[in-house]
Structure formats: structure tokens, C-alpha cells
Design a binder for this molecule. Structure first.
Ligand code: SF4
Length: 261
């Protein structure tokens, strides 16, 4: 099945024009990538072929050059708190909440002495605010008392902070410290990795393990950022915008909405 029309969902002429530009750029990048041969929809012949994986990385890098974490932060501590708050919540919502939170409690020491009701009130709109308030207060205390006010730089230590699991650890170590000890697996990375047949797993730790096996370590940090952006803008959960996707020729997902091959 091959179509050449661009799907436009924006209502304004400006939005439609911007999408057409994105689509044109995406197709130009896609056209330079090889086609991943398939046995049938949803089944690529050699999904983990190093040449295919390299082409996926290549297309992502070209599409999202210099992409960074979408959570607003000025230091490792702010990124830790923002990532804890981002559980079951959008980055946009977190970015609306954190300016007032960090103005009231600008560092771990100040947050360690904040009362839970004060913290709860400031983060209420991020959901699960009681648990999150306990986590950020507990993390602030541990960082202040055991780590000299600085977020630790090893996975083993950072996992000791309340509310911090491997995903948050990877976000902070990767995005702030530039230390690649793993791959951030959020809902977008999980969905796209499965659509691209880079993993068959559904548990985040197992998906991460699979990705660490096939991706070069120097791409672990950027790969997650790129996939998260791609998942938000193009490869959306319900109706992926395959016609505007730079990975289209490499993707044989059974729920594609458009295919050139
Ligand atoms: S499902 Fe569609 S949007 Fe997602 S990666 Fe495949 S071609 Fe791209």
C-alpha cells in the first residue's frame, strides 16, 4: 500500500503548514534509510540485525538532533524531584508546579525541613501527591544527611533515595551527570521499542536489559530522549502518524496507519 498524501489534523493553516514541513522532512530522512524486510505485518525478518538497529538510531538522531530532557531543571536535585513528580503525570504539568516548589524550598536542606502539608499543597495537581510529598521530603533528608547535599552519582546510591527507582536513576545519572549506566524506559520507550521489535518484553527492567544489549552505550542516553519525543509527537499510542514518521521504512508494526512498502 502506498500513498503520497499528508495527513493533517491541525485546524489552523499555520498548524497544517508546520505539520507539512515536519512530514516533508520526515519523508526525506525516511527515504535515505533502508527498508527492513518483513515476513508479514508485525514480523520483521531480522529485527535485531545490527544494520537495522543502526539505521533506526541514524534516523532518530537526524530527526531529533540535540534533544534534551523535557523536565525543567537547573541542577541534579531539581531533576530528581521533577522526575519523582512525573510518575503518572505529564512533564507539562510537572513544569507548571516546580517553579513555586523550588522557590519555596530551593535546595535539599530547605526541602528536608518542609512539612508534609506544605509540600502536598504545592504538588497537589501532579497526582498521588501524598506519596510524592513523602518521597521528596525523604529524598531531601537523605541527600542532606548522607550525601552532603548532593545527589549521588552511582545507581546503587541514588536508588537509596525514597521514590527513586531505576527509571529516575537513569534520568538523573544520564541527563545531568552524563553517566550512561542504563536506558530510561518510560511508557513511550516501552511502546516504541515493542513496535520496532527491539524487544518482546513488557516489564521495564527486561525491556531495558534488551535495549542495553543491542544499543551502543554511547547512545543509551540520547536514544531515550529521542524515542520519548517521537512517542509524544509521531508514534502516539492510539493512532501513530506513520505518514510523518522517519522510521517508517524500518518499521513493520502491525498497527501502522500508513505504509510505503
Ligand atoms: S508505528 Fe508508525 S509512527 Fe510508530 S514507528 Fe512505526 S511507522 Fe513510525
Amino acid at each position: 500500500m502506498a500513498k503520497t498524501t499528508v495527513v493533517r489534523t491541525g485546524s489552523s493553516a499555520k498548524g497544517a503548514k508546520a505539520k507539512a514541513v515536519v512530514g516533508a522532512k520526515a519523508r526525506a530522512i525516511a527515504a535515505s534509510e533502508p527498508v527492513a524486510a518483513k515476513k508479514r505485518a508485525g514480523k520483521t525478518q531480522k529485527p535485531l540485525d545490527p544494520a537495522r538497529v543502526a539505521a533506526i538510531l541514524d534516523a532518530l538522531r537526524k530527526t531529533y538532533p540535540g534533544v534534551v530532557c523535557a523536565l525543567t531543571h537547573k541542577n541534579a536535585w531539581e531533576l530528581t524531584v521533577a522526575t519523582i513528580l512525573s510518575a503518572q503525570c505529564t512533564d507539562i504539568r510537572v513544569n507548571l508546579v516546580t517553579p513555586a516548589l523550588f522557590k519555596a524550598f530551593p535546595n535539599p536542606k530547605a526541602m528536608a525541613s518542609a512539612s508534609l502539608p506544605e509540600l502536598e499543597e504545592l504538588i497537589r495537581t501532579t497526582g498521588f501527591f501524598r506519596n510524592k510529598a513523602k518521597s521528596i521530603q525523604g529524598a531531601a533528608r537523605l541527600v542532606t544527611e548522607e550525601f552532603g547535599g548532593k545527589v549521588p552519582q552511582t545507581m546503587e546510591e541514588i536508588l537509596r533515595l525514597p521514590g527513586v527507582a531505576r527509571k529516575t536513576g537513569n534520568v538523573v545519572l544520564g541527563s545531568w551527570y552524563g553517566i550512561a549506566v542504563g536506558v530510561v524506559v518510560d511508557t513511550h520507550v516501552m511502546r516504541l521499542s515493542r513496535r520496532l521489535e527491539l524487544t518482546k518484553e513488557t516489564a521495564p527492567e527486561k525491556v531495558e536489559r534488551d535495549l542495553m544489549k543491542i544499543l551502543p552505550q554511547d547512545r543509551w542516553i540520547a536514544f531515550s530522549h529521542e524515542l520519548i519525543h517521537h512517542g509524544r509527537q509521531i508514534c502516539i499510542a492510539r493512532k501513530p502518524r506513520c505518514v510523518d514518521c522517519t522510521l517508517e521504512r524500518l518499521c513493520n508494526s502491525s498497527d501502522k496507519t500508513w505504509s510505503s512498502h
